[in-house]
Every structure is written in C-alpha cells, then in structure tokens.
Design a binder for this molecule. Structure first.
Ligand SMILES: [Zn+2]
Length: 264
C-alpha cells in the first residue's frame, strides 16, 4: 500500500465491497488473488472512497513502481482474512448461502490448482451453511484440506484430491474443531471491545498462528481448548492496549512451547 496517508480500514472494506473484491485493472479476484486498495492517481493524497480503487499485487506493482507491494510470507493468511470479509459482505444480498457456497468452492479450487469441487459437494456445503456460520464451514473444510491433501512435487495427486472431496460431507456433519474456532472468536471479541489500538486482521493472525504453533508442538485439541479458555482468554483482561496484549501473547506462546519441549 502507498505510504502517503494511511487509508482507514473501514474505507478499505467499503472500496473492496464496491469493487466486489476484484482488481479494477485486470479483473483478478479474491480469493485467488490478494486485492489491495490504493489511489486511482498516484500522487493524490486523498483517502476518500471516490479517489480510491482496487489493484491486485501485479497491477499495483506495475502502476506504483516507486512503492511496490513486496511478496509477503503472510500472504495466504491475508488472503484468507480478505476472503472472510468477502463471505461476510455476501450476507447483505438475498440467497447469500448459494453465493457463499460458490465462493468457498472457488477458494478450494484455487488451492487445488485447477481441480474443481463437484456440484454435489457444493450443494452439501450450501446446506451446511444453513446451520453453521460461513467461518465455521470454512474452518471445517480447511481442516479436511490439511488432513487429506498431500502435495507431491508441488501438485496434488488425483488420489489425494479425491480423498479430500470424499471427506467433505463427513467433516461438515461433525463439529470437528468447531469449538476451538468458536473459542478463538470469543477471544477476538474480548480484544476488540477492551483493547485500544485493536486491529482485527492482526489479532486474527496472532491467534491463528498461536493455535498452529501449539498444534505443531503436538498439543492435543483438548489441551489447546483448555489453554485458550483458562489462559489466553485472560490475557486481554490483563492488558491495557493491543500492543501490550501482543507482547503478553508472545511471552505466553514461548512458555507454552518451551514447557512442551521440557516434557520430552
Ligand atoms: Zn490486476
């Protein structure tokens, strides 16, 4: 993003919605691409929505050669966060579950590199959106994806793709990880109401990385749940600002990881 004046997140969201999360220049779309909001005219200092438009990273770098967006290792996480905003924005339209199911399939089709989730499974997803929130459904399917899809030399072998597709209804019908994700949302809610300087995207990223770090340190789901309820959900009450909370989270995360190491 250009460095003149920071564009407020509420304006970014309004412009993303106005342009349907699509690059105005080339038509690249979220979730396949990360879409950035920036000035229509390079040197215009205004941050009014009318002076702003959408760019994919490529188009942005081509136009703002002096202030390009560099590739970031966090991009998949940012794309996911942007995709959740897209799913949320669909709720403003009628029959939004059909559109949400379509977008969720598209999200996984992009990850699978050209393979397509079949219509029958899209209908399963649409059905489960009647009972569950879109974030829950996405989290559940991502669990299935990470458990079933194994890349070999950068491509998904057909057997691995089929295992993911087959697992979709089973994952959707159980509350797999649903409680964990719910707990993370409760913590985000606490942070957003209590902490000055709260940034929703950063908070989301912090908690997701925390959960993933614990998972890779071989904490079980129930241990992580217990830790979130008893410890992590207290940290926002003990902090006076979002920065303080992040520091507390960093300390707590190192404690958790080193105590797991000490046991082995
Ligand atoms: Zn573009």
């Amino acid at each position: 993003m250009n460095t003149m004046t920071t564009i407020p997140s509420s304006t970014i969201l309004a412009v993303l919605k106005r342009e349907n999360f699509t690059c105005r220049r080339c038509g690249a779309k979220c979730p396949e691409h990360l879409i950035t909001v920036d000035r229509i005219f390079k040197n215009d200092p205004s941050v009014e929505p009318g002076s702003l438009t959408t760019y994919c990273t490529c188009c942005h770098n081509e136009y703002f050669t002096d202030a390009p967006i560099t590739d970031s290792i966090d991009e998949p996480l940012e794309r996911r966060e942007q995709f959740l905003l897209l799913l949320e924005s669909l709720k403003e339209k009628g029959n939004f579950r059909k559109d949400q199911a379509k977008e969720i399939c598209e999200y996984f089709n992009c990850k699978l590199g050209g393979s397509k989730i079949p219509t029958q499974k899209r209908l399963d997803i649409e059905r489960s959106l009647r009972a569950k929130d879109a974030v829950d459904v996405l989290d559940t399917l991502e669990d299935a994806y990470y458990n079933k899809v194994k890349f070999v030399d950068g491509i998904v072998p057909p057997a691995s793709y089929a295992a993911f597709i087959d697992a979709i209804p089973r994952y959707l019908s159980t509350s797999h990880q649903c409680d964990l994700n719910k707990q993370l949302r409760i913590i985000r809610g606490g942070c957003s109401t209590r902490l000055p300087g709260y940034d929703p995207i950063e908070c989301y990223r912090y908690l997701l990385e925390y959960k993933m770090a614990l998972e890779s340190a071989k904490y079980t789901e129930s241990e992580i749940m217990k830790n979130l309820v008893e410890n992590v959900s207290q940290l926002d009450k003990a902090s006076h600002s979002f920065d303080e909370w992040k520091n507390a989270m960093d300390r707590h995360r190192s404690q958790m990881l080193s105590s797991k190491l000490a046991k082995h």
